[in-house]
Design a protein around this ligand. Structure first.
Ligand code: GDP
Length: 444
């Protein structure tokens, strides 16, 4: 998970302050020294760090803070506000054309995730903005780039325009837009060439495409894992192309945070999306305030709720609630819910969005093995439909058959059935307003 080191260090820096109540100027200075080191270690640009620390310090040693009875909390609030400000303040929306198709150009170095992100963006626009996107394959140099985009397009069932690799990118882009007009597509996403390093020929070519198609947005796709390098790349692309927005990929990895925190203030261009996984739905609009909360270890309940809204079918959720109340929840429902959870992303990421969870000892080490989920599913799949609907039928003999069928051992099958029964009982109690029994949820 991203930012782990930074979050831990910032929490350490504030733990003394938080406990204190009334604080002194020296307390603020000590804490800010820690914050400075934490940010530098997270690979945040040193000029950005210097400005940031200076602003926070000035605000934090103001009279109001020092005289207040909860000064420590207020310092944390100032840090939160300044982190938000650093990343752009408020969320910036993507730009659409007033008339005719909207044209986007995807740019970035090879490996940053440009092609994947072109697909993710198309998917996002179709799902969230009701658009009819089309992808255009204008990377004619990287072997297999066209094939890759075509695969992405066919996975998503979104059309891909290509003219092979013997035609100039400018011509492909222009003809692609014409094709979009002819076929009634309202957003054209042009995947351009990337290189391993910035070079003049590449920049010239991108400039030519830009001049020819006059895009509404030029997205620069950068890999968050590359830290300061990402910021340098962004600067160069911005100088030459005057990019409009940044998309930061691989925020699901263990990036230290440098790119997310520096890019906006160095380039003055907003981050509009983040990539959070390899799947084509792993793209999220970037919210500076939510990201600041996450960095400070305060969770991100809003993103969690949004993800749930996208994945969870409301009618099903209501049916499920009734089943829980009436104690008729069975293994079929269990599988349904497990599938929905899996669609929302890795369990450990979801847990970390819940405020306070990362302060539970050992939580930073928590990892849910996707294999465990697969094993549970295999066990349920080896039950007959009657057994799934009525777990009371599961005699020892049947359990042995299920163990064999799912290639798990009998102890594992027994454990899972026991846990299922316990949680079922607890859910029924809880949905009838009785909260006792919660303790059974964790290791009962
Ligand atoms: P391009 O050369 O810039 O077009 O990069 P690709 O789209 O081919 O992506 C390079 C690699 O990064 C692929 O293996 C992608 O699956 C992976 N990738 C892209 N975005 C993300 C992301 O947000 N998270 C993770 N974990 N991997 C990503």
């Amino acid at each position: 998970m991203a930012f782990e080191g930074l979050t831990g260090r910032l929490q350490d820096a504030f733990s003394g302050l938080r406990k204190k109540g009334k604080i002194t100027e020296a307390d603020v200075k000590d804490a800010m020294r820690e914050v400075r080191l934490a940010l530098l270690e997270a690979d945040v640009n040193y000029k950005v760090v210097r400005e940031f620390v200076k602003t926070v310090r000035e605000k934090a040693i103001g009279e109001e803070v020092l005289e207040s009875i909860n000064g420590g909390q207020q310092v944390v609030k100032i840090v939160n506000d300044e982190l938000t400000h650093l990343m752009g303040g408020t969320q910036e929306k993507i730009i659409f054309a007033d008339r005719g198709p909207t044209v986007y150009m995807m740019t970035g170095l090879q490996g940053a995730g440009k092609t994947t992100t072109a697909g993710k963006l198309a998917n996002y626009l179709r799902k969230q903005e009701n658009k009819k996107p089309m992808l255009v394959a204008a990377d004619i140099y990287r072997p297999a780039a066209i094939d890759q985009l075509q695969t992405v397009g066919s996975d998503l069932n979104i059309p891909v325009f290509s003219m092979g690799d013997q035609v100039s990118p400018v011509e492909i882009a222009e003809k692609g837009i014409q094709e979009a007009k002819d076929t009634n597509r309202d957003v054209v996403i042009i995947d351009t060439a990337g290189r391993l390093h910035i070079d003049e020929t590449l920049m010239d070519e991108l400039e030519n495409v830009k001049t020819a198609v006059n895009p509404h947005e030029i997205f620069l796709v950068v890999d968050a894992m590359t830290g300061q390098d990402a910021v340098n790349v962004a600067n160069t692309f911005n100088d030459r192309l005057d990019i409009t927005s940044v998309i930061l990929t691989k925020l699901d990895g263990d990036t230290r945070g440098g790119a997310a925190l520096s890019i906006r203030s160095v380039t003055q261009k907003p981050i509009k999306f983040t990539g959070t996984g390899e799947r084509l739905d792993a793209l999220e609009p970037f919210h500076p305030d939510r990201m600041a909360n996450r960095i400070l270890g305060m969770g991100d309940i809003l993103t969690l709720v949004e993800r749930a809204q996208q994945e969870v079918d409301e009618k099903k959720a209501e049916e499920m609630a009734v089943k829980m109340r009436e104690n008729t929840y069975d293994f079929n429902d269990f599988i349904d819910q497990m599938d929905q959870m899996q669609n929302m992303g890795p369990m450990e990421d979801l847990l970390k969005m819940i405020p306070g969870v990362n302060q539970i000892p050992g939580m930073d080490q928590f990892e849910m093995d996707p294999k465990d989920m697969a094993h549970m599913k295999a066990i349920v799949m080896s039950m007959t439909p009657e057994e799934r609907a009525n777990p009371d039928l599961l005699s020892q003999k049947r359990r042995r058959r299920i163990a064999k069928g799912s290639a798990r051992n009998i102890a594992e099958v027994n454990r899972m059935i026991k846990q299922f029964k316990q949680s079922k009982e607890m859910m029924s109690k809880m949905s009838n307003g009785n909260m006792s029994g919660m303790e059974n949820l964790f290791g009962g």
